[in-house]
Design a protein around this ligand. Sequence first.
Ligand code: ARG
Length: 660
Amino acid sequence: MGDPVAQYAVRIQQQEREIKCLSAEIEKLKNPETHGISSQLNELREENAKLKYRLNILKRSLQEERSECSKTMININQRLQDIFGSAIQAAYPDLENPPLTVTPNQQAKFGDYQCNSAMAMAQMMKAKGLKVNPREIAEKIVQYIPDNDLIQKTEIAGPGFINVHLKKAFVSKLLTNLLVNGVQPPPLESKKRVVVDFSSPNIAKEMHVGHLRSTIIGDSMCRLFEFLGYDVLRLNHVGDWGTQFGMLIAHLQDKFPDYLMVSPPIGDLQAFYKESKKRFDEEEDFKKRAYQCVVRLQSKEPDFIKAWNLICDVSRREFQKVYECLDIQIIERGESFYQELMTSVVKEFEEKGLVELDEGRKIVFAPGQSIPLTVVKSDGGYTYDTSDLAALRQRLFNEKADIIIYVTDSGQGTHFQVVFAAAQMIGWYDPKVTRVEHAGFGVVLGEDKKKFKTRSGDTVRLMDLLDEGLKRSMDKLKDKGRDQVLTPEELAKAQKAVAFGCIKYADLSHNRINDYVFSFDKMLDDRGNTAAYLLYAFTRIRSIARLANVDEAMLRKAAETTEVLLDHDKEWKLGKCILRFPEILQKILDDLLLHTLCDYLYELATTFTEFYDSCYCVEKDRKTGEVVKINMWRMLLCDATAAIMAKGFDILGLTPVERM
Ligand code: ARG
């Protein structure tokens, strides 16, 4: 019976049986008809809440035990929450939904983590007429802390904070795990399907900085979900349908009469759009023909479909250039994809009696929303609302998505709110089961804090912006004399990594909700929280081992055989910082705010610098400069830091380079 894996397996089996029983019991409790008597109902509800709570704890510890057998990283914060959760539950079984807060401590003298529940619990009890000193509550909680392998000791401080000191051996072992197995995501409860709707520019109109934000933020969200093991569908909901195609096709017919035989050389689709818009506004005949073109396109006449495709292709090639620069994978599934579905969606709303007529329009009011959706215009055409209803339905029922995220500017917030409310009203999904969310973001501003424009007042073309990024990043590298040191290939790699890395990072490191100021000078600065700084820091960390002639194989061997010592304050601080990675990712999973990851990576880099400044990794002879001693456990700390940084870069879509 000495085999720990076998022992785990037995326990896991036992726990699984218990979970099954508990689940069955909860199911029974859920159905009030079988327990008709209303006086019992309250009792049952309470019991139910407790059972659910226990079930959750069991599920999680089951998962964690599994993860200890496997290779995934542990979320220390979560683990502490579970421990304190069960301590509070055991100490105060009658308190309903006791508040549970565990946070990492910034100041080392207060321990490593802190539980602040006692104060809020005292408030709750006071509201019930019970006066209890929060310190007493804290003491009682501490008495009920269950057996565990990570807490060294606890202290009660101030009005009732519980400070937690972690066990060195535990932290050290987690670091060894990380070094041996690499950065593995925390375990997933079940594989969920995620749809991320992002980028989504409009055909024949310019792809602007707003789309750039959506592209960068959406891609990073996808990367996070992918790393965590979700099944991710990246969708480009391009605006490729609508009445504007009428005038575009009419203009195409006039300007390139042989478009069916010879591919029309439309170089500048935006100019082409402007020309046709001008004619549409000024020439009555043209306008009429444009309307006819829409009808013929919608009835799928082959020549008109061909014209439409030609126009879409020109735009597509432009978009693709941007995606290639930024290394974005995305599937195009534009508004046109949902044409047929729109008809049946309108029918579904009509059949359920949810459609009202308003001056020839068909509108839908959703509960709690003052603005209605327009599902059919007075000319019979569909709208942005109709296509989003159809898209949502398709994603829920055909794609079977568990999570759907829309990344657009916050200006579209109301639109999505109403669409989601209408979808819930008609019964397509239950927000408690399916997560459907608009992840909005602020406007991009120029350095003058006004809307981002070129000097002449035009909208900035994205490719011009990316090209300028490349130029500026090369200037910067040359300023620092890097062109003298790096090979031409290395220099070109560094140029791209810095340029596109900086543009992405500048966006991601700001809270997406806020407007953000686009400044090449700021983003290319290699001091402060920028990609330039982090990429440099990363190459420096990577070079430590190289300069000491410690190669990858030696590091891998050392990971298995050398204990990671954490006796020095700065080693301890760095070790704990490294292990906060899973808790950072968990937070982002909940709020979709990626700047938390940027802040964390910056903190990791600065914590590393503190460590490196006070702890020798390599000891050299003062006179000869020769390496006399390598402190291998510190090399391992460097290696673990670099591994986390690399994974963080990966999620942000940054490409680190070995030399820059
Ligand atoms: N094409 C739209 C725009 O440029 C964004 C589309 C976002 N996605 C959606 N399902 N509505 O504003």
